[in-house]
Design a protein around this ligand. Sequence first.
Ligand SMILES: *Cc1c(COP(=O)(O)O)cnc(C)c1O
Length: 397
Amino acid sequence: MTKTIYVDNAATTAMSDRAIEAMKPYLKEIYGNPSSLHGVGQRAKEELESARAAVAACLGAERGEIYFTSGGSEADNQAIRSAAYNGAAKGKRHLISTNFEHHAVLHTLKKLEGERFEVTYLPVDQNGLITPAQVDEAIRPDTALVTVMYANNEVGTILPIRDIGAVCRRRKVPFHTDAVQAVGHIPVDVVADNIDMLSLSAHKFHGPKGVGVLYCKKSLPLRTFIEGGAQEKGKRAGTENLAGICSMAAALQEAIAHLYENMAKEELLRDMLIDGLSIIPHSKLNGDRVKRLPGNVNMCFEGIEGESLLLLLDQKGICASSGSACTSGSLDPSHVLLALGLKHEVAHGSLRLSLCPDNTEEEMKYIIDGVKEVVSYLRSISPVWEELEKGQRPHLI
Ligand SMILES: *Cc1c(COP(=O)(O)O)cnc(C)c1O
């Protein structure tokens, strides 16, 4: 049996021991419904509120500004729809975003376009960056929301959120950021970063799946997303996922406590991979080399089919991705790589390796050797590569 090397942490992470331990009491001992008035319920309510305070402290927010959700997708949906409908009530039906957001954002915006909203998708540059000036220029008197992701899940680019937030504040437009890939991985502070609404998800930082947070600044009205009860101040009905919420709070506290040492560790491994894989001829790193998540590597290898690369790596025990989990399985190239200006042929040969602090230097060496071997094998049997090598078609990278 080959050992499994998991380098797909942008898709999801393993739960940490601390997150698992933090969950246990709520499965049996503290099982109450936080809405019940009796002692068992009130005990649960206390735990719920202390988890809320812990999450708030990790983000620089206030306890009352934290709304628990079922994850990042739900938080994105609620934030965007809430701001859109609040804007529409004042005659503002214009929204601003980028062309390389997560589908939870893009598909929500597409739906709103069908509801007579107009969306400006700012084009990112070849590294996946937009400038605050682009946002400033796009804002109109009828702009209801700017939503820009904190860090991209495929290519790892970290956007200039603090400066974009400052523009939005000056122009008095609500600003939402999908920070699912950022929180727990790089410093995020809603006050310092001028953020009005933020989405995060526990399973991206070694917490459980199916639980997340929408932060909404207290001065900003939040619309109810799920009807049916008074939970989450009436904004999101449903008996709270107490075990998941308390486990998420523990995972987040743990991630923040070790943030800088984890970043340094991941950066070291990431740079080993980038240096080792860049030696492969006609390869290219996607995303910004510097403004980059500590654990993200995304590369293209010309003449390679991403799916075949993944399958052969899997046979070597390497669990990686071609991009986002949501697009894998479909044959369309990633919208993120196309937004960076990559040609379809090149975008098809992409590989994303996303690290966690538990990965090791030995694993990186194994991955580098494995990718080199698989890439040269696939090229040796590829008619496209033969044409490229014979000069019958030009190399694109
Ligand atoms: C994973 C992810 C989401 C979705 O979060 P879920 O909790 O899985 O719904 C949204 N945005 C980004 C950037 C992500 O990486």
